[in-house]
Design a binder for this molecule. Structure first.
Ligand code: HEC
Length: 81
């Protein structure tokens, strides 16, 4: 039984360190890319984030979506108390 607990803790720590949200739809991603093309938003460097299943950004704002898809769970507290 203890190996199950150990596996869960390891998985939790891994997702905390690298897990993050995913952009809800590819249309929202395209909306952000359009702004980048029009020079109205900065191009975002790709960041290593493991999308957590079911952990989607619920905002309707393409910019918030694009930015938040690059944050890992351990970084949320930097801006959100
Ligand atoms: C760099 C700072 C920063 C980090 C890191 C950050 N956020 Fe945010 N977040 C913001 C700001 C700024 C807004 C408000 C944007 C707006 O309302 O236009 C916001 C808005 C939100 C909202 C509300 C969206 C809406 O439209 O109602 C949620 C939910 C949220 N963040 C969750 C998270 C989670 C979960 C993480 C970690 C994966 C995270 N944030 C990391 C800055 C940040």
């Amino acid at each position: 039984m203890s190996w199950v607990a150990a596996a869960l803790i390891t998985l939790g720590a891994f997702l905390y360190a690298f897990g993050g949200m995913w952009v809800r739809t590819s249309a929202m991603k395209a909306a952000y890319d359009e702004r980048v093309t029009a020079n109205r938003a900065p191009a975002l460097e790709p960041v290593f984030v493991v999308p957590v299943p079911g952990c989607v950004c619920h905002s309707d704002d393409a910019v918030v979506q694009a930015e938040h898809s690059r944050f890992r769970i351990r970084e949320c507290g930097r801006c959100h108390a």
